[in-house]
Ligand binder design. Structure first.
Ligand SMILES: CC(C)(COP(=O)(O)OP(=O)(O)OC[C@H]1O[C@@H](n2cnc3c(N)ncnc32)[C@H](O)[C@@H]1OP(=O)(O)O)[C@@H](O)C(=O)NCCC(=O)NCCS
Length: 195
């Protein structure tokens, strides 16, 4: 049974403006929204997982959740309004993974699955809240992430949060009929580009 990270046993919520995040639950894994997003090629084509380009079953999604390594991962549901002044609803996921307490480092992955919520600053705010959590609550010193070089939204959201490129894996991922670069970015707690 999936559980939250041993580093973060207590239930919690992170907030940044109108965006909040709380632990992803088994109910989220079985939800119609999550199933719809994970079967929407516009959403899944940039996550770098070729197995999610095929139809994905609810069973596979539930198993993905159950298989999460709770010692190294904090998997969060993103809640935000999809219209101006609307009520917050489940719109995506943010994963803080590869938690490494010795190196004091973690990685981030994000998906805003609800397409009508795109372009409202949700990814930017979620990344900001996640960084604050990693730096201020966990006390880590570095956050890393990666995205396809063709993913303009991710590029901007990480730049806006002070991430800088630390490497490019050239022609690393097959995307839209060709091989594209995978950009590795990072941010340090001290705001400098070194530990
Ligand atoms: C990429 C993604 C996370 C962006 O989420 P979002 O909530 O729409 O992002 P934001 O609204 O915070 O936008 C961030 C910036 O990127 C810009 N942007 C958004 N989509 C863009 C695009 N397709 N091309 C260029 N810039 C884009 C925004 O204008 C904004 O720039 P600004 O701060 O200068 O105004 C979302 O589209 C998504 O989840 N896509 C599918 C899954 C995915 O690619 N996940 C990331 C895998 S690494």
């Amino acid at each position: 049974m999936a559980r939250q990270s041993t580093l973060t046993d207590a239930p919690f919520a992170l907030r940044e403006g109108v965006v909040s995040m709380r632990p992803f639950t088994r109910r989220d894994a079985a939800s119609a929204d999550y199933l719809r997003w994970m079967n929407d090629p516009q959403v899944t084509r940039t996550i770098g997982r070729f197995d999610y380009l095929l139809p994905v079953s609810r069973t596979k999604l539930k198993q993905y959740f159950e298989d999460i390594d709770a010692d190294t991962t904090v998997f969060l549901a993103i809640l935000a309004p999809t219209t101006r002044g609307g009520l917050p609803r489940f719109v995506g996921t943010l994963k803080i993974y590869d938690l490494d307490p010795l190196a004091r480092r973690a990685s981030l992955g994000i998906m805003v699955g609800e397409r009508k919520a795109w372009g409202r600053g949700i990814a930017t705010a979620s990344i900001r809240a996640a960084c604050r959590y990693v730096f201020e609550v966990l006390g880590f010193g570095k956050v890393t992430a990666g995205y396809l070089s063709t993913n303009g939204g991710m590029h901007q959201a990480f730049r806006r949060n002070g991430f800088r490129t630390e490497g490019v894996l050239r022609k690393q991922v097959f995307f839209a009929g060709k091989l594209v670069d995978h950009v590795m970015v990072c941010k340090f707690a001290n705001g400098k580009q070194r530990a």
